[in-house]
Design a protein around this ligand. Sequence first.
Ligand code: FPP
Length: 242
Amino acid sequence: MAKAKTPPVPAEMLPKHIAFIMDGNGRWAKKRGLPRTAGHVEGAKNFKKIVRYCKDIGIENITFYAFSTENWKRPDEEVSAIMNLMREYLVEVRKHITENTRFIVLGDKSAFSPDLKRGFDSIEADTVDFNDMTLNMAVNYGSRHEITGAVRELARQVQAGTLSPEDITEETISQALYTKDLPDVDLMIRPSGEFRISNFLLWQSAYAELYFCDTLWPDFSPKDLDEALIAYAKRNRRFGGV
Ligand code: FPP
């Protein structure tokens, strides 16, 4: 499909998979004397802007950290504000269903309210054949939780006699993760001045290039993304070779 916008680097130098940690919403709100929830509202708006831009320049896979397994510890009001933003987003995704974007949830959906879980399940099913871009939303996601689940599943198969321990490979483990069939992360971006990965896609980012910047997520613009992509294109990825 023709690109709607020219990327800042030649297309072959673009990452195939970008992971975003949408950090800094709370600080963005605090700086303005607003409640933290206002920061998440802006964060969700910006998420849509960045999704649009990624699609326009031809990024094939994008993953956003929207809610971690640890985020349940936040005040109830904040948790429900984030859940409501997801509900609203699911309605919007339906309106853009002609976009040919596949929507995948990475995370344990069983913890969500039945309406939200149904919403996630149905949008995943209805977009399963779309292939211009894959948009992954990590919700109730934690890498250790994901890997633990994968180990349990493989152990069950060994116990049932359908898998021998010798046949467990990096590939069988990859296929037991939420991200099965997705390429590894090439570029992980964390704005807001923190230098952590915070339990996000640990297995999938084994060779990812990490990019940190000071901008708070609600202000992270297509121009900031261009800078990250230019920095990425200059990196010398060796994957353990020389
Ligand atoms: C981290 O910033 C952000 C989150 C834990 C939530 C992110 C969720 C959204 C942007 C909305 C999700 C919904 C859609 C539709 C994408 P923080 O609150 O930890 O910021 P702080 O470090 O400044 O406090």
